[in-house]
Design a binder for this molecule. Structure first.
Ligand code: HAM
Length: 419
């Protein structure tokens, strides 16, 4: 028997019947992002592996376990992008965007790839809509608040009702170092209580222990006496201003001292939006400030903040919301026998050139059959072309909703359909 192929695990087809929801998500995003003055950027879906190692960090789960490398590439090579931030920063530096604008407000849509064990809401290929605001001397609590507020405004515009926004601050790179020391101090006597992964994380990336899903690690973490003492006075003040600006915008948030995010590039404010309706993979989106990444990747000292929302998870969160606008076809052209196709084809071309969406069955089967195709295409009108009509220079135009029929000349067709 001939082998049938299946879609790879952790990926999915988006069929024509589901596409309107995706298009709606994209249209809502474009509209809002335009209102906030963000411009679209498109980068390749694969990049040098070193880009992600250097930006996300050697010890991050993504770099350690989830990068999908292109098999044909020898040596270090290329990987499918696991996220958008590093690529956007690479492009920002490479194209000298800092010389063009003081603040580059960029957004992207696109597929991301992570070699994870697939489960509900955790895919190997998934889509993000993301925002990155990058520019020299642009570190402002108002920009942070705007970016955070934009992420929840987008979610609400998509119809997500049940969500929680958590925020925290990591401070500067120096503060982060202090935070790491403080955590190690608090955890050093409890290493044996941690799961295998977290024992390893203790030395490699102690922050990751804070968001480990294992219940034994969560118990250890719950006992930790954390406070803000790792933050400098300046960082603390900055964080307070972000919260004030969020209050001005009316954004509701919960402070969460365990929120550290799994990627190395973050400094200062970090945030995550989750939905309790989603089970274990409950993050709808996340982001934060990353003031050192541009210089770490060879660019100038430039500030940056951004977020990304996972579209598949958003669709799970709004499950049940049906998009009713099935796309209608303006006109279906029926030729009653093969010899009439040349004229039918001409009519089809004229319709399309006049901006009328139109289709044809490409084979002169019975009228009944072709009417069925017209119905399946959700055609508003149908043109029927028979031998007698062709000789008189006429066609029959049927309104598919009312069933009314009329005859008109070839020249009148476009106007009659547009009526
Ligand atoms: P992230 O938290 O890794 O952040 O991903 C953002 C969102 O992408 C997640 O909250 C989730 O909704 C979705 N997502 C992640 N992995 C998967 C997966 N395997 N399957 C389905 N959905 C997934 C970033 O990617 C950062 N680049 C965000 C950012 C932008 N920070 C600053 N700027």
């Amino acid at each position: 028997m001939t082998k049938k192929f299946s879609v790879p695990r952790g990926t999915s087809d988006i069929l024509p019947e589901d596409i309107s929801l995706w298009q709606e998500i994209e249209a809502i995003s474009r509209n809002l992002l335009d209102i906030y003055n963000y411009k679209e950027i498109r980068t390749p879906i694969f990049e040098e592996i070193g880009l992600f190692k250097r930006s996300l960090g050697q010890t991050s789960d993504i770099v350690n376990k989830q990068l999908l490398q292109l098999a044909s590439e020898k040596e270090e090579g290329f990987v499918l992008r696991p996220e958008g931030t590093a690529s956007v920063v690479r492009s920002y530096i490479e194209n000298g965007l800092d010389r063009k604008d003081n603040l580059s407000k960029l957004f992207y849509f696109g597929q991301m790839f992570r070699g994870e064990r697939p489960q509900k809401g955790r895919l190997r290929q998934f889509n993000q809509v993301g925002v990155e605001a990058i520019g020299p001397n642009t570190c402002s609590p108002y920009l942070d608040a705007e970016v955070i507020s934009l992420s929840v405004t987008l979610l609400e515009a998509f119809g997500v009702k049940d969500y929680e926004l958590k925020i925290n601050t990591l401070g500067t790179l120096e503060d982060k170092e202090n935070f790491s020391k403080m955590l190690k101090n608090g955890l050093k006597d409890k290493i044996s209580n941690l799961c295998d992964d977290c024992r390893d994380r203790f030395n490699r990336n102690v922050f990751r222990i804070l968001d480990c899903k294992s219940s034994r690690c969560q118990e250890v973490v719950a006992d930790l006496k954390e406070d803000n003492s790792y933050l400098s006075e300046e960082s603390l003040q900055y964080y307070n201003k972000v919260k004030e600006a969020l209050d001005i915008l009316g954004v509701k948030y919960k402070e969460c001292s365990n929120l550290v995010r799994g990627l190395d590039y973050y400094t200062h404010v970090v945030f995550e939006i989750s939905s309790s309706s989603l089970g274990s993979q409950n993050a709808l989106g996340a982001g934060g400030r990353y003031n050192s990444l541009v210089s770490q990747l060879g660019g100038s000292a430039v500030d940056a903040v951004g977020f990304a929302l996972g579209i598949e998870r958003i669709l799970l969160a709004i499950e049940g919301k049906k998009v009713s606008n099935i796309k209608l076809l303006d006109c279906y052209v029926i030729a009653l026998d093969e010899s009439l196709f040349q004229k039918a084809f001409e009519i089809l071309k004229t319709l399309r050139e006049s901006g009328i969406s139109a289709d044809i069955s490409y084979k002169a089967t019975s009228l009944k059959n072709q009417m069925r195709y017209a119905n399946k295409s959700c055609a508003r009108k149908t043109i029927i072309l028979g031998q007698d009509e062709l000789e008189k220079g006429l066609i029959t135009l049927k309104d598919m909703e009312t069933g009314e029929q009329l005859q008109c000349s070839f020249e009148e067709i476009v106007n009659k359909i547009k009526e």
